[in-house]
Design a protein around this ligand. Structure first.
Ligand code: R5P
Length: 274
């Protein structure tokens, strides 16, 4: 049984009444720099906050671009050390002390593990260190299964291995990618799983399908970034994703909601012509 503090922090991010969560991922800059549409994080993040159950960011963006008065639980990215300038992205270590995470009053911390990569051991040991510290102070740890270079395919065989390793070491939540036969990944992972959206998909419906299928197959939610804030209509997008995650909306219902949001905002902008 998790400590009261750890359970309390977790329940801020994963709604205990539904057991589900829409986490908003905005931590990409830690290795990608000023990614498209996240050049000015505050501008991107602020309108989405009312619809996010948690916000994934790094320490620097939290301090500079997130108002401490916003009522959103923070999932703090605490791994880094590599960048897209390098061939090998797996060379990550812990970048934030537990003391600072506590001082920032975050609800959880996250790090990537690179199973099958040249830095597999280093990242798995970082996870185990964070879990030890997290258990001591009541801080949930999310492991993010990045896909190793050697295992580029996002398949259920690889992802079920990576997620299970994370859970065995003690991660409290795992973030992974959706893949064919995702049920196998869920089945082998005894802790809650959320899915990342990955690079922006062709259509909104593709993103709704990803979220819908992941939830149907057992994920407790999403930690989604680019498919929300790289869309022309990020607020409509996060609302539609929320309807899938929290209200069990179908892909069609989410698409209809998205379209309705566009119509409503057009009417507000142009009351005469709309
Ligand atoms: C990678 O930078 C992070 O783990 C992201 O938080 C994760 O990939 C989710 O964001 P997206 O939905 O854009 O893939």
């Amino acid at each position: 049984m998790a400590s009261w503090g750890l359970q309390n922090r977790l329940s801020r991010m994963i709604d205990p009444s539904t057991g589900t969560s829409v986490m908003l991922a905005c931590d990409h800059g830690y290795f990608m720099g000023p990614t498209q549409k996240l050049e000015q994080p505050r501008k991107t993040i602020e309108p989405l906050i009312p619809f996010a159950d948690a916000l994934s960011v790094t320490r620097g963006i939290l301090r500079q671009c997130v108002d401490p008065n916003w009522k959103v639980p923070i999932l703090l990215r605490v791994s880094g050390g590599a960048s897209i300038m390098k061939e090998d992205l797996s060379d990550e270590e812990i970048t934030v002390s537990m003391d600072d995470a506590l001082r920032l009053n975050v609800s959880g911390i996250s790090l990537s593990i690179f199973v099958g990569s040249s830095h597999e051991k280093q990242t798995l040991l970082s996870l185990s260190r964070l879990v030890d510290q997290g258990e001591r102070v009541g801080m949930p740890v999310m492991a993010i299964t990045a896909v190793g270079k050697e295992l580029e395919k996002r398949d259920s065989r690889y992802l079920s291995l990576a997620c299970r390793l994370a859970a065995e070491i003690g991660a409290h939540v795992v973030k992974t990618y959706y893949c064919e036969d995702f049920g196998r990944v869920v089945n082998g992972c005894p802790v809650p799983l959320v899915v990342a959206g990955g690079p922006k998909l062709k259509t909104e419906t593709d993103a709704f399908e990803l979220a819908f299928s992941a939830l149907r197959e057992g994920a407790v939610g999403v930690d989604m970034g680019r498919n929300i804030w790289q869309n022309e209509h990020p607020v409509a997008m996060i609302k539609a994703i929320r309807s899938i995650v929290h209200d069990k909306a179908t892909v069609k219902e989410a698409t209809d909601l998205f379209q309705q949001e566009l119509t409503d905002s057009e009417r507000l902008r142009n009351p005469i012509t709309a």
